[in-house]
Design a protein around this ligand. Structure first.
Ligand SMILES: *Cc1c(COP(=O)(O)O)cnc(C)c1O
Length: 380
């Protein structure tokens, strides 16, 4: 009997450590709201009323169609997306969008596009686009290692370009546009991967917005594209079916089997934003509050923590900074991990620390990191 009890106790303890969650500051795939993970767990074996897992049912079954429709309806409600826009659920990540955007938007009317490079992702996007058409880099912050944004007058835009592409939040450098650049009548295309739904935006200012889900909207596997419907007809009909936005728009993102599980999680995340958070205005307030806590630490100890981004373009999503030495950076990462504050290592191109504090990072997680950072300064 003792043996059996001991085994049960061990088993119980094991389960306890299994559910102990870190505050995970990963840049992506990133932390998800804990209630959503629990709901996924609860529904994993059998969706209510369906008798099977969401992983096991046809994408054309009424149960899944309802999930996909709810995900789209939630996105439309949260971002006030009008009927002038199609909402697509695609695969291939934002990287595929680097190619699909020029494949679909260049061609008949214009064969050139303007690119604003404020960091690594914008650079990658321009590189892929250059394989599809003539790309003009209208601003490149590379000279100062992408720590700033262009001023309004800095952009010498081509009024006849097919579109202007920019990256609203540069995940690696931690540089974020407070508002969209003014590009006149040329369609504005935005890679919003690492900020999507962090605050309300005026979608009518955009021609196309794309965002892989695994930063701020769900798990890896689905990329959300919001595209103005009049832009769907630019692409050549002979473009490969999958690569053409119109194919997906005409088929409710079910031309081929969509990433059903990822779409299901996006539905849960958007429900959480609506019902638990109370909408994007509320989400934005919380995001501002979280980011301010960390930037206050940087500003309070400028001799110790050196922020990468210039003040006026600091990201609310990815807080990037360096410590006085590599040795201190290693110590910072190790002591943080002991306190279950993980995945804080900066990208190699910037170095130092990156704290990704997307929508799903709880205020309590940022408070704990703030206290840790203050404590770390006083200990060193
Ligand atoms: C992560 C990221 C990407 C790449 O997304 P994938 O889904 O890996 O293709 C592109 N742009 C930005 C801004 C990102 O943060």
């Amino acid at each position: 009997m003792r043996g059996a009890l001991a085994t049960r106790f061990l088993h119980h303890n094991h389960a306890a450590t299994m559910t102990s969650r870190n505050y995970n500051f990963s840049a992506g795939p990133a932390t998800l709201p804990e209630p959503i993970l629990r709901q996924i767990q609860d529904e994993m074996l059998s969706l209510s009323g369906v008798g099977a897992s969401v992983l096991e049912i046809s994408h054309r079954s009424p149960a899944f169609v309802a999930i996909a429709e709810a995900a789209e309806a939630n996105l439309r409600e949260l971002l006030s997306i009008s009927d002038d826009y199609a909402v697509l659920f695609l695969q291939g990540g934002s990287r595929l969008q680097f190619s699909m955007v020029p494949m679909n938007l260049l061609g008949r009317q214009a064969n050139t596009a303007d690119y604003i490079l404020t960091g690594s992702w914008g650079k990658n996007a321009a590189k892929e686009a250059a394989k599809e058409g003539e790309i003009c880099v209208v601003w490149d912050g590379g000279e100062t290692n992408y720590d700033r944004l262009p001023a309004d007058g800095d952009l010498d835009l081509n009024p006849n370009a097919g579109y202007v592409h920019y990256t609203s939040n540069e995940t690696i450098q931690g540089v974020q546009f407070p508002t969209e650049p003014n590009v006149g009548n040329v369609p504005l295309v935005c890679d919003a991967s690492s900020e999507f739904m962090y605050k309300p935006i005026d979608v009518s200012k955009y021609g196309l917005i794309y965002a892989c889900a695994q930063k701020n909207a769900g798990p890896a596997g689905v990329t959300i594209v919001v595209v103005r419907k009049d832009l769907l007809d630019i692409a050549d009909e002979n473009l490969a079916g999958y690569l053409r936005y119109k194919t997906h728009a005409d088929n409710g993102s079910m031309w081929n089997t969509p990433p059903t599980f990822a779409i299901y999680v996006v539905k849960l995340v958007t429900e959480w934003l609506k019902d638990e958070i109370g909408g994007l205005e509320k989400m934005y307030e919380q995001n501002q509050k979280k980011a301010a806590m960390l930037y206050e630490v940087l500003d309070g100890h400028p001799e110790f923590y050196q922020g990468h981004a210039q003040r006026d373009c600091r990201s609310l999503m990815n807080v990037t900074f360096r410590l006085p030495s590599d040795e201190l950076t290693q110590q910072f990462l190790a002591s943080a991990k002991e306190q279950q504050l993980t995945d804080l290592k900066g990208h190699r191109s910037v170095g130092g620390i990156r704290a990704s504090i997307y929508n799903a990072m709880p205020v309590a997680g940022v408070e704990k990191l703030r206290d840790f950072m203050n404590d770390f300064v006083s200990r060193h």
